[in-house]
Structures are given as structure tokens and as C-alpha cells.
Design a protein around this ligand. Structure first.
Ligand code: PEP
Ligand code: MN
Length: 338
């Protein structure tokens, strides 16, 4: 339920509405807008409460209208925010045009990141990726260079004029990662780590939220809601593939139908990750092109100067040649389809 106040509603009138709910043990979310305040009420109300509250609140001084939302999420919904959101990171505008985020799975060394950044920059892509904290299935696999990796990412991003993105895995690491990276990535395995979502949201940094491997669209958007609820509007959604029926040929099933669904029901930008979505380098190019066609706002692609030497996800990484082929095919699509 959303209570929209009149343009000239006074603070006392806003407080009366807020108090009505807090007196009943319900915590409303006050959203001051440019010319009027809106008050969001959590979706946990019973049908009886909805009906009786709508009548009472609708009659209160300073209230313009009471709208029942049909979605369990509010801030992430297009109903709530009709215009598509653009997340600006330096000069990069995610949600306007087609953004390409590229780089290796893991940050391995300064040389590897410099080589990667050079290729990313020359291709026209604008955001450099690389993990410093890696969520690995096995504790014996390479775990990332931690803070040393973050320093490399920051230095190389500055040197090449690229925005940067890296994953943060736990709430206590948010402050440190936010110090070095322009965008904070919440990995698929962390999509429902609620304390992490809250802490990342509080950092004020743009948050790149990856869909959990078995998350529904509602669960995905409710996770985004945790970040948005921290007064952080800079959320980017990423479809990265869901649990496959069959792992024989692909690592995950890239759910491209999620793109138009998310674009219809949410105003947030949507990026597709065809690398984790397929797990196979040769399938990245066709799925990247498909992402463009279904209306994604961009892609995140793993690219390594020498995939055979990669310390993680080498089998899905594009080599520089394949990456440049991908970029030229995306440019051809842009020219043809606009
Ligand atoms: C990644 O982008 O490096 C990554 C680990 O992705 P995901 O969380 O989607 O598996
Ligand atoms: Mn990876």
C-alpha cells in the first residue's frame, strides 16, 4: 500500500499518517519526493487491514490518495517509479545505451589487469571487472588476492579511465571494498544475504545485484528492495543464469526471458552475464547478442589475456580476439537496431 500525500501536506500531517502505522506495530517507509511525500507500507498487511486502513487513511488531512500495490516489492517496481532508472558511475550511464562490463573472473596480478584493461578500453567497453574475493565452491581453490587485488583494480581503473566493479562477500568487508571500487557486486550466492544487502546499500555505492541460481523474479526484486530501502537508488540487476536441468552442456541456464519480465515490472537497469550463464566461452558470443536483442541494458563478460592460464573460470573466459569479435558484433547490432 502506498499513501501519497498532497503537495502542500504539512510535516504534522505526514507524522499523523506515520504514527497511525507505528501505533499498530507497522513500520512505514517515508519517501520524500520532489514536491510531495509518499509513505510505503510493507506488503505484510492482511486483506482486512488493507481495506480498513485504506478507508481511514484516505480520510486523513493532507492525504491525496491511497494506492494498493499489486507487487510484494515496492521501491523496485515500475508501478512505483515509472521511468527507467539510469545508474551513473562517473561518465558511464548504466540504463542508457548498452553498457559492456568486461575483465577477468579474478584479479591475479598487476600485469594481468593492465593487459585486460588495455583490451577493454580499446574495445570501447567502459567498466572493468575482476574479483578480489572469490566465492569458490572448494576452499582449496584460488580465493582471490583480497585487499592487494582491490588496490590493483583501483590503480588500473584510474590508469585506463575505466569504472570498476568487484564483489563484496560479507557485511564487514563493505567498507573496505567500497574504498577501492566504483560499483559493489553482490554475487549470486549472496543474493539473499540480507545483512550484506543492507550494509552494501548503506555504503551509497552503486550495487550490482546478481540473481541467485534458484531465485524467482519476486525473490530477486525483493533482494533489490533491501538495498533500495537503505535510501540507495543505485541498483543494477544482473541475470546470470539459473540452476540448469542439465549440466552436461552448460553450467547454468541463462534465463533471457527474465530480461523483458524485469524490464516490465521494474525500473532498474538489467545486465546479462552470458559467461556464468553458460560457463562455456564459445556460447558467450551468441548469448551476448541475444541479450542485446531482448532489451538488456548491457552485458558483463569474462575476458582473460590468456584463458588457459586463468586461476578461475578459464573455460568461460573469452580470449582478447574473441572479445574483440564480440564487441564488433555488438556494434553491428547497435548500428542495425539502434
Ligand atoms: C563473478 O561474477 O565472478 C561471479 C562469481 O559470479 P556469480 O556470483 O554470478 O557466480
Ligand atoms: Mn567467474
Amino acid at each position: 500500500m502506498i499513501v501519497v500525500m498532497e503537495v502542500r501536506a504539512t510535516q504534522t500531517q505526514v507524522d499523523s499518517v506515520v504514527n497511525f502505522f507505528t501505533d499498530r506495530g507497522i513500520t512505514p517507509l517515508v519517501l520524500p519526493g520532489e514536491d510531495r511525500t509518499a509513505i510505503g507500507i510493507p506488503a505484510t498487511l492482511t486483506t482486512d487491514q488493507r481495506t480498513s486502513f485504506e478507508a481511514i487513511i484516505g480520510g486523513m488531512e493532507g492525504v491525496s490518495k491511497v494506492t494498493q500495490t499489486s507487487y510484494p516489492y515496492k521501491l523496485a517496481s515500475r508501478e512505483w517509479h515509472q521511468e527507467s532508472s539510469v545508474v551513473q558511475v562517473g561518465k558511464v550511464k548504466i540504463g542508457k545505451g548498452f553498457t559492456v562490463i568486461a575483465g577477468p573472473c579474478s584479479i591475479e596480478s598487476l600485469e594481468q589487469m593492465r593487459e585486460s584493461a588495455k583490451i577493454v578500453k580499446e574495445s570501447g567497453a567502459t567498466v572493468l571487472r575482476g574479483g578480489a574475493f572469490k566465492p569458490r565452491t572448494s576452499p582449496y581453490s584460488f580465493q582471490g588476492l583480497a585487499e592487494e587485488g582491490l588496490k590493483i583494480l583501483q590503480g588500473v581503473g584510474k590508469e585506463f579511465g575505466l569504472a570498476t566493479i568487484t564483489e563484496v562477500m560479507s557485511p564487514d568487508m563493505v567498507e573496505m571494498v567500497a574504498k577501492y571500487s566504483d560499483i559493489l557486486q553482490i554475487g549470486a550466492r549472496s543474493m539473499q544475504n540480507f545483512p550484506l544487502l543492507v550494509e552494501a546499500g548503506k555504503s551509497g555505492k552503486p550495487i550490482f545485484l546478481k540473481r541467485g541460481p534458484s531465485a524467482t523474479i519476486d525473490e530477486f526484486l525483493l533482494a533489490a528492495e533491501y538495498v533500495l530501502g537503505q535510501n540507495n537508488a543505485e541498483v543494477i540487476l544482473c541475470e546470470r543464469g539459473v540452476m540448469p536441468l542439465d549440466r552436461t552442456y552448460t553450467r547454468n541456464t541463462l534465463d533471457l526471458s527474465a530480461v523483458p519480465v524485469l524490464k516490465e515490472h521494474s525500473h532498474l537497469p538489467v545486465i546479462v552475464d552470458p559467461s556464468h550463464g553458460t560457463g562455456v566461452a564459445k556460447y558467450v558470443l551468441p548469448m551476448a547478442k541475444a541479450a542485446y536483442v531482448v532489451g538488456a541494458d548491457g552485458i558483463m563478460v569474462e575476458m582473460h589475456p590468456n584463458p588457459t592460464k586463468a586461476l578461475s573460470d578459464g573455460s568461460q573466459a573469452l580470449n582478447p580476439e574473441k572479445f574483440s569479435q564480440l564487441m564488433s558484433e555488438i556494434h553491428r547490432l547497435e548500428a542495425a537496431l539502434g
